[in-house]
Structures are given as structure tokens and as C-alpha cells.
Design a protein around this ligand. Structure first.
Ligand code: ZN
Length: 472
């Protein structure tokens, strides 16, 4: 649809009543730039920071100030709580361009999507702020007319300062990363068993559905030594930010980014201690057996995984929260197991896979740019590995000088190449020329803008495969 000189996003047309009559607000493209257009006698009363195009018609930029106005007058563009719903799905978007593709998958099912999901590590590596993360999602949701509600997750936060930052912006979920307070297993440092723990856990059988959990003295000491401090840390954070109900947000407890695999006994112990201290949380992310590495399928013993997640899911049901599965992208082997054993009650997080799909677009539509990026990624892989645990071997990645342009897409089926590209996003996006300009970033964003619909389709297909195997 054309309006004046604008290409209008038709699903974004909304009418709103003001004190002195109605106004129409929509998003449009002016040249290549997205803007808001506000039309109506009292258009300026809505509060957008805008310029007058002609009498009764305003133009407003997509900036933070206007995002705040948008969330106020169109509440469907603001995040809401939904982690306690049966199934929820996190979709991190490191680039701020994927949400329009993501949300198409959630129009027709009962799954609660968490479109804004970013860790501080990702913010730092992409030079973004939580304002930008949330604003990009609000704009996409407005543009597509997605009115079902979505969440915003301050992901893997470790400090009170970061938590307060995310909550003050209206994030509706905090994933508390307890890993700095989880001790590595060390039998030499096991504590003396206090009467409190001995009375509570020894010589008892905890019946969780069809599993009996029994602690030996050694196992109990191990749980205390690994998780006690993490439990106290979570209690402190809960009391500071969640107990009063000041912020309208859900809490997820994450104990996954550690060396210690969370055994069913350890899960039971940590959950029981948290709940007895009054810490109420909607979900918990254990570290499962096997490996959930970034960007590739599950590595490990499927039978053991199924046996253990069965008990983890039962413990979560017993206490009344749900399991959260982190690094959930591309874990196609285990999706049917997760769906079966949780009965569809879970939260799952994906992020980097949407970045990989964006690079797939680059490989397809600008092969020479992709080649430059690929060669650059190879040189910074060692550095990027400090931030992420991956096992990719560069020697297993085909030499791209032997690949024809139309063969570049095969790299996205190669686990080693996937991990190479998955974890080097920060270095790729931030790489600068001598004059301070970006080597790749601006060219990539220009390309992604030109092939926006192709990107959305790729996301729909790839994330859609996740939903299918998860039986959503
Ligand atoms: Zn995690």
C-alpha cells in the first residue's frame, strides 16, 4: 500500500482515540528507512518525538524515545510475563533484525515466545544495550501486528546491577546465572555435615512420581559443597528484586554453565533448599548429561539423557516449576525426548542459530563478502573460544578457496564451520578498518535489509524445524 510517498506496513495500521478525536499510527518505509507516520487532528498529543510533514501528518523516527511512547500507547508492543505458561520459547536476536521472522511461527500456536533475550556477554560482544534489544522487538511486533504477547529475558545475569538494569527497562524475566557461586566437585573440601542437613536429607526416601531419591552421606556432602553458596546467592537476589513484587517479572534459576553436571539428586537438593528459603521461581536450567554445545546437535548418550531428563522433569513438576533447556538451538536428536518427558511443559532458549541463518543469507546473496568474513573468522577463532565452550576443529572445515559460490551453503551443514561462525560474531561485527569504519558490519546490515524477506523465510524454516520436532 502506498500512502503519500511511503510504503506502508499494512499490519501496522492502528487507530487510537485521543481526547480530541482519533489518530492513525502506522509504520512505513521512506526511501529505505523505517519510520512511524501519525495522522490525525491531534496527532502530536500522542507524545511521539516527531516532525510535521504536512498539517495533521507527522513523521517519527524509530528511536528509544519513540519506542517508549509506542509501548505506552500500544501495550501489545511491551513485554509481559509468560514463563509460567505451559510451553515457552526464547529467541535471542543478536542483530536486532530477526523478530519479524520469529514471530510468524507463533501466530498460530499456544507457545509463549520470549523475543527479547540477550545475555550481558552478547550485549558486550555486539556493542548493544538492553534498550536497543527491547526496542528492536517492540518495533517488529508493532510492524507485524503481533498481539499475542511476548516476553523479555535478561539472560544469564550474574550481578544485582545488571538485574536492576534489565528490570528497570521492563524486562519480564530474569535468568539468574549462579555459576560463579557453584563450586567444582572437590571431595577434599567437603564440609562437616550439620544436623540441619543430616535431619533433612539422610535416612529418608523422597518419592518423586515413580523415582525414589535417597542421599548417601557422601552424596549429600557433595551437593552441599557444590550448591550451598549458589542457593544463598539466589536467595539474596530474590529478596532484593522479586519478593516485594515491585517488578512484574519471572525468575529462572540457571545452574547450567558449570563443570558439574546436575544429577537428579543435585537438582532435588538445590530446588528444595531454594524453595525452603522462600525463593519462588518459574523455571530452572540444569546442566544435563552429555553436551549442549552452541549451534550443533546434542552430543552424548541418548538413553542416559532420556532417563535423566525424565527424573529432572518429575522433580520440576513435583515442586511446581518447569525445566529450562539452554543452548537449545539445533538439538534435533533430543527434541522428541524433551517433548515426551516433559509432556510439553518446558522453556527452551535459542539465540546464535538466528545469527547463523543471517550468515547463510550472506553466503547465498553476497558470496564474496561471505568469503572475507569466513577467512577473518578463522583468524579470531582462538580468541572467541575464550567466551564459549566448543570443540570445533578448524582442520575439519573445507578450504573455501576450493568451494564454488553455489557450494558455500554446505558449510552450514558442517558442525565445525557452524561453531566457527557461531562464536566469532563479536569479532566479525566489531572488526574495524584503520579509519575507524566497520569492515563487515555496515555491509552486512545493508545486505540483510535488501534480503529481509529471504531471511525471515530462512528463520521460519529453521526455527520451524525446532518447533516441529518439539511437537509444538
Ligand atoms: Zn545457560
Amino acid at each position: 500500500m502506498q500512502y503519500l510517498k511511503f510504503d506502508v506496513f499494512e499490519k501496522s495500521i492502528n487507530t487510537i482515540e485521543t481526547a480530541s478525536g482519533s489518530a492513525v499510527v502506522f509504520m512505513a518505509k521512506e526511501n529505505k528507512k523505517k519510520i512511524f507516520v501519525i495522522q490525525g487532528k491531534n496527532a502530536s498529543s500522542l507524545g511521539f518525538n516527531a516532525q510535521v510533514i504536512e498539517s495533521g501528518i507527522l513523521r517519527a523516527d524509530l528511536n528509544h524515545e519513540n519506542a517508549c511512547v509506542l509501548r505506552k500507547i500500544f501495550p501489545f508492543t511491551a513485554p509481559v510475563r509468560g514463563l509460567r505458561k505451559n510451553t515457552s520459547f526464547g529467541l535471542g536476536d543478536r542483530l536486532g533484525i530477526a523478530t519479524s521472522g520469529h514471530l510468524r511461527l507463533f501466530e498460530k500456536n499456544d507457545v509463549f515466545p520470549v523475543f527479547a533475550q540477550q545475555s550481558v556477554r552478547e550485549l558486550n560482544l555486539t556493542n548493544r544495550t538492553y534498550e536497543e534489544v527491547l526496542d528492536a522487538v517492540s518495533f517488529a511486533v508493532y510492524r507485524e501486528g503481533f498481539k499475542k504477547g511476548f516476553g523479555a529475558d535478561g539472560d544469564h545475569l550474574k550481578t544485582a546491577k545488571d538485574i536492576e538494569y534489565a528490570l528497570s527497562l521492563g524486562f519480564t524475566m530474569i535468568t539468574l546465572d549462579c555459576s560463579d557461586h557453584i563450586k567444582n566437585e572437590n571431595p577434599q573440601s567437603y564440609p562437616q555435615l550439620s544436623k540441619y542437613y543430616a535431619d533433612k536429607y539422610l535416612n529418608r526416601t523422597f518419592i518423586i512420581e515413580d523415582t525414589n531419591l535417597v542421599f548417601t552421606e557422601e552424596e549429600l556432602k557433595q551437593c552441599i559443597s557444590i550448591y550451598k553458596e549458589a542457593v544463598l546467592f539466589a536467595e539474596d537476589i530474590y529478596n532484593r528484586f522479586f519478593a516485594s513484587g515491585k517488578y512484574n517479572a519471572d525468575l529462572e534459576i540457571s545452574i547450567d554453565e558449570t563443570e558439574s553436571v546436575t544429577t537428579p539428586l543435585a537438582h532435588f537438593f538445590a530446588a528444595r533448599e531454594l524453595l525452603d528459603l522462600g525463593v519462588s521461581f518459574a523455571s530452572l536450567a540444569p546442566r544435563f548429561c552429555g553436551e549442549f554445545q552452541k549451534g550443533i546437535d546434542y552430543k552424548g548418550d541418548l538413553t542416559q539423557f532420556e532417563n535423566e531428563i525424565k527424573i529432572h522433569a518429575a522433580i520440576a513438576r513435583h515442586f511446581g516449576y518447569k525445566l529450562s533447556i539452554h543452548s537449545g538451538s539445533d538439538k534435533f536428536r533430543v527434541f522428541p525426548v524433551i517433548s515426551r518427558q516433559t509432556g510439553g511443559r518446558f522453556h527452551i532458549k535459542t539465540a546464535g542459530t538466528s545469527w547463523l541463518e543471517a550468515l547463510r543469507i550472506a553466503a547465498e546473496f553476497d558470496p564474496s563478502l561471505y568469503r572475507e568474513i569466513h577467512l577473518s573468522a578463522l583468524t579470531v577463532f582462538g580468541d572467541a573460544k575464550k567466551n564459549y565452550h566448543v570443540t570445533a576443529a578448524l582442520s575439519e572445515i573445507p578450504d573455501i578457496s576450493f568451494l564454488k559460490d553455489e557450494e558455500l551453503h554446505t558449510l552450514f551443514e558442517n558442525d565445525n564451520a557452524r561453531q566457527l561462525l557461531h562464536i566469532t560474531y563479536g569479532q566479525i561485527l566489531n572488526k574495524k578498518n584503520n579509519d575507524g569504519s566497520f569492515v563487515f558490519k555496515d555491509r552486512l546490515y545493508t545486505l540483510w535489509q535488501s534480503y529481509e524477506n529471504e531471511y525471515f523465510k530462512a528463520l521460519e524454516k529453521h526455527i520451524g524445524k525446532h518447533l516441529e520436532l518439539l511437537n509444538i
